[in-house]
Design a protein around this ligand. Structure first.
Ligand SMILES: [Zn+2]
Length: 280
């Protein structure tokens, strides 16, 4: 592990990325594909995202002049083209996130390639042709998944937690995620024993992580889902943190695509890590 501090452009101390995994009901449909339930409650809870949550988030980003990085399953683009059109119109980044939110360890390389090509076509039909990065559904990766990303000329990966600043994984800039900065672990509720956390507590925790990452030149990459964080009180809580970070001169407000580009140009010979499965 390289213990050198990461250096951000223009002497900034922390990179800040707001990333949105626009999943809606799609992961639920994938998980239940073999025995679809008759109840529609879980689906409706998730459909709140594409119906309302996404538009509130876009409103907030416009207000605070934030360009976010959206990762969108192809099926969401096919089912909710208007929402994806609005994301593109807002100047946000769009990246790949499977077609049906397929976990890469549950499909083989050929299936993954096919689903990503299909997803890319669905997104580009609405948002226009573009180069895209990748975030794996459920943040799982495999050796062959990286090979598929190379074949499809994907720009970067943003699925792993092996560092809290960008690094190289299998030839790709890895723009690292982490559970601590994911809304789902605090809020997702589909019956006991889970219990949603107070938005004030969650944002307080995120603020502490932000302050720590600033000390160690890390990347504050928060991940939110419109069906989870699009809820009124949660959005208002995160807005307070955005307001604070917007006043901080040490922040580089950026996107996954920009960070990947910066990393590629700046660190060709640094921060390489071996990530393939190896127990030796
Ligand atoms: Zn997802």
């Amino acid at each position: 592990m390289n213990t050198a501090q990461y250096r951000w452009p223009n002497g900034k101390k922390v990179g800040v990325i707001v990333s949105i995994d626009f999943d809606g009901e799609v992961p639920y449909l994938w998980r239940t594909r073999k025995s679809p339930p008759v109840g529609i409650g879980d689906l409706e809870q998730r459909r709140f995202g594409p119906r309302q949550g996404i538009y509130r988030m876009l409103e907030l980003f416009k207000l605070w002049e934030i360009r976010a990085s959206f990762f969108i399953p192809g099926l969401i683009a096919d089912k909710y083209p208007n929402a994806v059109e609005k994301i593109a119109e807002g100047g946000h980044e769009i990246g790949l996130h499977g077609y049906r939110h397929e976990r890469v360890d549950e499909i083989d390389a050929a299936e993954m390639e096919e689903t990503l090509q299909r997803a890319r076509a669905s997104i580009e039909r609405i948002a226009g042709q573009r180069d895209m990065g990748y975030r794996s559904p459920s943040w799982e990766m495999t050796d062959y998944a990286f090979q598929v990303l190379h074949r499809l000329d994907v720009l970067y990966d943003s699925s792993l937690m092996g560092s809290d600043h960008p690094y190289w994984a299998e030839g790709f800039p890895e723009i690292p995620v982490q559970w601590l900065l994911d809304d789902a672990i605090f809020y997702r509720y589909s019956g006991p024993p889970s219990s949603p956390r107070n938005p004030g507590d969650v944002v307080d925790l995120w603020r502490r992580e932000f302050e720590g990452l600033k000390r160690w030149n890390g990347l504050f990459l928060v991940t939110m889902h419109p069906w989870i964080s699009g809820r009124a009180s949660r959005l208002q809580a995160v807005e307070v943190l955005i307001e604070q970070m917007k006043q901080d001169p040490d922040v580089w407000w950026t996107t996954c695509g920009e960070v990947a580009d910066y990393h590629r140009k700046t660190y060709a010979d640094e921060f390489h890590e071996k990530v393939s499965y190896d127990i030796e």
